[in-house]
Design a protein around this ligand. Structure first.
Ligand code: CTP
Ligand code: MG
Length: 396
């Protein structure tokens, strides 16, 4: 017989302290990250290699619905451990006892966990497992309290326990299953009321070890706690796109670069207006978007792109950029040609590209160079351009 580890995840409460903010929905069933909140605890527990299974404890009147929901959740992403679902009781300790009754006989250690604490880590469970030695009959996570705690009755302070000795207890709490069962039977027989299982073990006279808890392991209890479930706004993701284009001389299109006519320059062979610089720029923007190249979006086999102004192609690419949340922060452009001389045109091209992209001139740089009479540009057979676009995309 293997001595297995199981967890009881409690999800049978009424969430009454939260009801005013949830329209009466119990907190364990609030949707978070695409699934009910209790499922997050199941997923974290499933990362523990020793874990054999999970007993989920639900309100009795929700049990059928929850069992069907579990089948769906397993189909979407099977956590790979056995999952049982049972009905809970009126008090938390009743729900634990009913969960214990559902554990298989070979279960030697059990982690009792509140589904209202969805943000514990698997590392915390490893610490608990390491802490269950012969000297301890239970291991719990707890954190030091920062407030001074008063014992109060009828609005009068009875005592102020020394703060250094106080800890706020969390779950999961780890126990030997047989002992926890026995103590729960005793609690039932003797009518004890406790708020956690460690409280019962202590009352029965056994030692409970404390290990450091996690501040993120908050118990969602009051409406203010719901803020931890709010999804933070997605952060912009930096991106860079590169574009490259070539056109041959000897065609019938007067040269246009960055949307500016270049008087006296060689004519270009092209299906569109042959603006080599805007084509490289469009490709660089598509690069940022992960959308392939302009050939895919504006094929030169399509007559509607015959002699089309590249400024129109660029505005269509910019529409895609805006719809994908791309904010361009900088554009660096280089034209490579032996002829014409481009120095006199650079400022006008820069201003026009900035206008087309709705950027300031400072966000656009235009360079021109020759290839020292080498290659096809050196032989004045054509022109090429490269573009680098940097920006940031905010995922939808
Ligand atoms: N719980 C349970 N069975 C109960 C009472 C509580 O399984 N009869 C579970 C809750 O679902 C929760 C955990 O025990 O995960 C801790 O309880 P608590 O934070 O008090 O939750 P609720 O009892 O649901 O909330 P409230 O006390 O505000 O009604
Ligand atoms: Mg409660």
């Amino acid at each position: 017989m293997t001595h297995s580890l199981w967890t009881i995840i409690l999800a049978a409460g009424r969430g009454s302290r939260l009801a005013s903010s949830t329209g009466g929905k119990c907190k364990q069933f609030l949707h978070h990250e695409g699934h009910p909140l209790y499922w997050r605890s199941v997923l974290t527990m499933s990362a523990i290699p020793e874990l054999a299974g999970v007993v989920l404890v639900f309100p009795a009147h929700e049990l059928d619905r929850c069992r069907a929901e579990l089948e769906n959740l397993k189909n979407i992403g099977d956590p790979g451990v056995r999952i049982l679902a049972v009905s809970g009781g009126d008090m938390r300790q009743d729900s634990v006892r009913l969960g214990l009754a559902a554990l298989p006989r070979d279960c030697e250690r059990v982690l009792v966990h509140d589904s209202a604490r969805p943000f514990f880590s698997a590392a915390l469970v490893h610490t608990l497992l390491a802490g269950l030695t012969d000297e301890a009959c239970g291991v719990i996570p707890a954190i030091a309290v920062t407030d001074t705690v008063k014992q109060v009755e009828n609005d009068l302070v009875l005592a102020t326990p020394p703060r250094e000795t106080l800890r706020a207890a969390q779950t999961p709490q780890l126990f030997p299953t047989a002992l926890l069962r026995r103590v729960h039977e005793q609690a039932l027989a003797e009518g004890w009321a406790v708020t956690d299982d460690a409280g019962m073990i202590e009352r029965a006279g056994f030692a409970v070890r404390v290990v450091p808890g996690e501040t993120a392991n908050l118990k969602i209890t009051t409406p203010e706690d719901l803020r931890v479930l709010a999804t933070p706004a997605p952060l912009p993701v930096p991106c860079t796109g590169f574009g490259y284009d070539v056109h041959a001389y000897g065609g019938n299109r007067p040269m246009v670069l960055g949307g500016m006519p270049i008087a006296g320059a060689p004519f270009i062979k092209a299906h569109s207006d042959g603006d080599v610089l805007l084509h490289a720029l469009c490709d660089a923007i598509l690069g940022c978007l992960g959308l392939g190249d302009i050939g895919e979006h504006f094929p030169d086999s399509d007559d509607k792109f015959e002699n089309i102004s590249s400024a129109i192609l660029l505005s269509e690419v910019m529409d895609k950029a805006r719809s994908q949340g791309l904010v361009i922060t900088h554009v660096d452009l280089t034209v490579i040609a032996q002829t014409p001389r481009l120095a006199p045109h650079k400022t006008a091209i820069r201003g026009n590209v900035a206008r087309l992209l709705e950027l300031s001139d400072l966000q656009v740089n235009v360079k021109a160079t020759t290839e020292e009479h080498l290659g096809f540009t050196g032989r004045k057979e054509g022109i090429k351009a490269v573009a680098v676009v940097t920006g940031a995309r905010t995922p939808a």
